[in-house]
Design a protein around this ligand. Structure first.
Ligand code: GTP
Length: 597
């Protein structure tokens, strides 16, 4: 059994190694150009994704390939997100495939994401077709890049296909390699149904649309289905394929990639990675590796204008309809009033949601510093998890605190190894391995997740002049000596400014925060003290000096544009301020904890 004429595959690559460009070239070659644009429209790809040049989600695409001699093949090209926040989605999309094209930029060689992605493919037992891309570049070294693939990942260099998504050279070879090297899907269409959910989105009319890969059996309209991890049953309305956009079809047999609408109202009921089977005729085991979507980064979101609370809640509810990985619950802060504690997959995910709230729902928000989830054991033996500094117990009640760790992989030219190791040390990292790959080095470290959350990537890039790359995965919890630092403005503790930090950094961080706050809080008619405390003990102090003269007085002379700029800047700043008694604190202050400058 099986479907000898189907090939299900994905393209994986380090960011900017040319995945989208090559995919377009393949589409064009198979007479589907323009389809990509249509596809973007059908699924309403976020404007934000385009601006940031990253792909978060897009539908698979079904293509027909006719070989010389007339043999016909169906290619299902399944896209994968391009950011580490969404690595679980990447792994599920790969699980829906039999093979991947592993792209490497011929002028850059293997980068951190190349390695991590290749291992995701290997873990899913996929056939890897190595493609050295951008060979048209003057700086291209295709043989060198192929050699690196062999050294690092163990793919024979002579297997690499040399190509350019820009000129189209090598594309016919890639299409042939897909047919020759990537196995056809196996699976018995008469067996009990077993299908893997690898993506989903919410449609206002049809409910949640699931993207599935049928592994065994056949999925048809009117089937009664059972979701194995959710433990829920649904009736299938429609099934279909991607052509692109959603095209209604008759059935999806084993081997097929397609979509299902089954009147599912709540996206939490049909999570990525879950297995679909028949309600009556069940498959024995669910597809392995299911993980419920679990936020790992939390931040408080508060409307600048308290009147907007209801509007914010409605907007959050709408966003959640389409995003099983996002959650929120009401939270009250003495300082900020009513808001929501929100959970995200990572900082990029958090930024995207925040930007959408501001742009699409026209909300003005204050966001508190992002925090990871800590596991606290109290002296009375009780264990609980918290990501909210406001809930962090005092030291005398704590037996032990654990924090999440990641395994971080960094690729860096050998000239920068020293400074990068210094950076990793400063971030409390411990080295696991160090591999030389030509003139570059792969460093593998275990690092507390909190330490790389905010500006680590920027620091890495600036220290290495843009040459270093990184990727990581969560590896569980380790003990850490963590403290809560409180911030007081004008004698009042501002709960929303509290942060949890490692003991070794608490003093320097306290210093940094108060200095930054003193800088960004506008001057008042009186001096305002800003203090950092641990357990009530003051560890740092700064003062916002009293207001003296108009800022515009500095721009003597007729420099109108500069005055205008200054006024605009002030206006912008004001829009995001919160009043605390007599003192206004701008949004910047809430992120002061994170900035390194
Ligand atoms: P993400 O979607 O962010 O992961 O990026 P990507 O891997 O899809 O890269 P994309 O296709 O957007 O290409 C990145 C940059 O490289 C763009 O500026 C492209 O124009 C350029 N580029 C892509 N392919 C080629 C190629 O074959 N040759 C040359 N010279 N440039 C290319």
């Amino acid at each position: 059994t099986g479907s000898p004429s189907i090939r299900n595959f994905s393209i994986i690559a380090h960011v900017d190694h040319g995945k989208s460009t090559l995919a377009d070239r393949i589409l064009e070659h198979l007479g589907a150009m323009g389809e990509r644009d249509k596809r973007d429209q059908t699924l309403d790809t976020l404007e934000l994704e385009r601006e940031r040049g990253i792909t978060i989600k897009s539908t698979p695409i079904r293509l027909k390939y006719v070989r010389e001699g007339g043999e016909e093949y169906i290619f299902n090209l399944i896209d994968t997100p391009g950011h580490v926040d969404f690595n679980y989605e990447v792994s599920r999309s790969l699980a829906a495939c039999e093979g991947v094209l592993l792209l490497v930029d011929a002028s850059q060689g293997v980068e951190a994401q190349t390695i991590v992605n290749a291992y995701l493919a290997i873990d899913n037992d996929l056939e890897i077709v190595p493609v050295v891309n951008k060979i048209d570049l003057p700086a291209a070294d295709p043989e060198g890049a192929a050699q690196e693939l062999e050294e690092v990942i163990g793919i024979p260099a002579e297997d690499a296909v040399f190509a350019s998504g820009k000129t189209g050279v090598g594309v016919p070879d890639i299409l042939e390699a897909i047919v020759e090297k990537i196995p056809a899907p196996s699976g018995d269409p008469a067996a009990p149904l077993k299908a893997l959910i690898f993506d989903s989105f919410y449609d206002a009319y049809q409910g949640v649309i699931l993207f599935v890969r049928v592994l065994e059996g056949t999925l048809s309209p009117k089937d009664q289905i059972h979701l194995m991890n959710a433990g829920k049953n649904f009736d299938v309305d429609k099934v279909g394929t991607f052509s692109p956009g959603l095209v209604v079809g008759d059935t999806l047999p084993a081997g097929a990639v397609g979509w299902v609408a089954a009147g599912i109202k709540d996206i939490q009921d049909a999570q990525v990675g879950d297995t679909l089977t028949g309600k009556e005729r069940r498959t024995e085991e669910p597809f392995p590796g299911f993980k419920p979507a679990q936020p790992v980064v939390f931040s408080g979101l508060y409307p600048t204008d308290t009147e907007d609370y209801r509007k914010l809640r409605e907007a959050l509810e709408k966003l959640k309809l389409n995003d099983a990985a996002f959650n929120f619950e009401p939270e009250t802060s003495e300082a900020l009033g009513f808001g929501f504690r929100c959970g995200f997959l990572g900082l990029l995910h958090a930024e995207i949601i925040q930007e959408r709230l501001e742009r699409e729902y026209d909300l003005d928000l204050i966001a508190t510093a992002p925090a990871v989830v800590y596991r606290v054991t109290l002296t009375n033996g009780e264990v609980f998890e918290t990501q909210n500094p406001a809930e962090f117990p005092t030291r005398d009640r704590i037996e032990l605190v654990e924090e999440p760790y990641i395994k971080l992989s960094v690729m860096v030219p050998e000239d920068y190894v020293g400074p990068i190791m210094g950076l990793l040390q400063e971030r409390r990292g411990s080295m696991q391995t160090m591999n030389y790959i030509g003139k570059r080095v792969e460093l593998v470290y275990e690092v507390p997740f909190a330490e790389i959350l905010y500006d680590f990537h920027d620091r890495l890039k600036s220290i290495s002049r843009g040459y270093a790359s990184m990727d990581y995965e969560q590896i569980g919890y380790r003990e850490g000596d963590l403290r809560k630092v409180d911030i007081m403005v004008n004698g009042d503790v501002i709960d929303a400014l509290a942060v949890i930090v490692h003991e070794s950094k608490s003093y320097s961080l306290g210093r940094k925060i108060v200095d930054k706050m003193a800088e960004v809080i506008p001057r008042q008619m009186f001096p305002v003290p800003v203090q950092a405390t641990i357990g009530g003990k003051i560890i740092a102090r700064a003062t916002v000096k009293a207001y003296r003269k108009d800022v515009l007085a500095k721009c003597y002379g007729g420099d109108i544009t500069r005055k205008k700029k200054l006024l605009e800047k002030q206006k912008k700043g004001r829009a995001r301020m919160k009043q605390f008694g007599t003192v206004e604190v701008p949004q910047e202050a809430f992120l002061a904890v994170l900035s390194t400058e």
